[in-house]
Structures are given as C-alpha cells and as structure tokens.
Design a binder for this molecule. Structure first.
Ligand code: NKO
Length: 212
C-alpha cells in the first residue's frame, strides 16, 4: 500500500511536467495556450513552431509515461511479484492524469495521447501496435491528428478487450485501464469533436507551419 502511494504521487508529478507549455515558453517565449488549438501538446507545438519542436515535445511527453511505469514498480517490487502489473497500471493512470490535470498549470493540461503511448509501450499487449497502425493509416488518409488519436485509442480498447477478456482475474487492472484511458482521452478531445463535426478542424501538414 505504501509502494502504491509512492508510485501514484511520483508518477503524477512526473506526468504533470508540462513540456508542451515549457518548451515553447523557454525556447521561443511563446505562450502555447494563445496559439492554434491552445492545447499544450505535441500537435499544437508542431503546428505553431514547426516539426522538430513538435517531435521534441512528443518524445518528452512520451517519456513521462514510459519512465514511471517502467522504473518505479521495478525498483519497489521483486521482479516476480504478482502485484507488478497492477503497480505499473497505477503508475500509468497517475502519469496520464498528471498530464491532463497538472498542478503546475492550474490543472489545465493536455489530451494525454503521447503520454498514454509511453505508458502502453511498457504495459504492452497487442493493443499498442494496433493503435499505432490505426493512427498512422488514418493520419495518412485525413491529416486530422485529433481524429486519428481518437480512432487509435478506440482500436486500443477494442483489441485489449478481445485479447484480455478470457483472463479477467489476472488482468483486471490492465483491462480496466484499457477501457478507462481511451475514454478519458476521447473526453479530452471534446472541443476537437465539435470542430470535426462542423468541418472546422484544421488538417496538420508535416513540414508546413501555420501563422504564429
Ligand atoms: O492541438 O487539439 P490538437 O489538434 O498532440 O491536438 C490533438 C491531439 C493531441 O495529442 C497530441 C499528441 C500527439 C501524439 C501523436 C502520436 C500518437 C501515436 C499513436 C497513439 C496510440 C496511443 C494508444 C494509447 C492507448 C491508451 O490529438
């Protein structure tokens, strides 16, 4: 129980580091909240500052999910502990919630896609390659990052459900995560859903830069 509390707090604080806000502020003096979609995420940084900056934020936000899930449970539990999976899931949820609701930014954070990708790279399972493939194929077709993100997390949830459902007693935490994280991420995209519905969502062209 103590290990769980330590993991939850540290993962939250790591997830809450708002790289999508800090990188534009530190490197160019830009307040990302006043540009593009206003979202402090990789897509909006790419849209506002260019490809290389977007990729930098993507990598940093991904590490916020990957490192806590990978390292903290490994340090705190013996490697054969049956609680390992549950502690990893807890770390993942805390990091994603930290990204979405960061203390450092009055709880106005990002949408959690890049951080969730970092989490599921460690948690593993077939959902991850399926989600990444779904993202790449639909992005190639439509260039709408928010739509591709929502389709990717939906594909993740469905794949994980189909694969884990026969083993509910060992994998209940991962099963719960696999449904809850995509729902949270889609909920964070509600402004994008309205724009997509009204055909106002901006397409993201890799290589071009919109007005700053
Ligand atoms: O500014 O509102 P915006 O257009 O920026 O941004 C919408 C966008 C916000 O997300 C991001 C991060 C972009 C990351 C792109 C790489 C995603 C690769 C595949 C994701 C699979 C995740 C699976 C997680 C399962 C829980 O959407």
């Amino acid at each position: 129980a103590t290990a769980a509390l330590i993991v939850a707090i540290i993962s939250y604080l790591v997830g809450a580091i708002p790289f999508g806000y800090l990188i534009p502020k530190w490197c160019k003096g830009i307040d990302i909240r006043e540009h593009g979609s206003g979202n402090p995420g990789a897509t909006n940084v790419l849209r506002t500052m260019g490809n290389e900056w977007g990729i930098l934020v993507l990598c940093l936000d991904l590490l916020k999910g990957l490192l806590p899930v990978w390292l903290l449970p490994m340090w705190l539990l013996p490697s054969d502990s049956p609680a390992m999976l549950h502690l990893r899931v807890l770390a993942g949820v805390a990091a994603i919630v930290g990204h979405m609701l960061p203390v450092y930014l009055q709880f106005r954070g990002g949408k959690g896609v890049a951080t969730a990708l970092g989490v599921v790279i460690v948690l593993g399972g077939w959902g991850t390659p399926v989600a990444v493939s779904m993202f790449l194929i639909t992005f190639a077709a439509w260039r709408l990052v928010a739509l591709s993100s929502m389709l990717a997390v939906s594909a993740f949830a469905i794949t994980q459900l189909v694969i884990l459902y026969p083993y509910p007693s060992q994998t209940w935490s991962l099963l719960g995560f696999s449904v809850a994280a995509p729902l949270l991420i889609i909920y964070r995209h509600r402004s994008n859903i309205v724009r997509l519905w009204n055909r106002e969502e901006e397409r993201t062209e890799i290589g071009k830069r919109s007005s700053t």
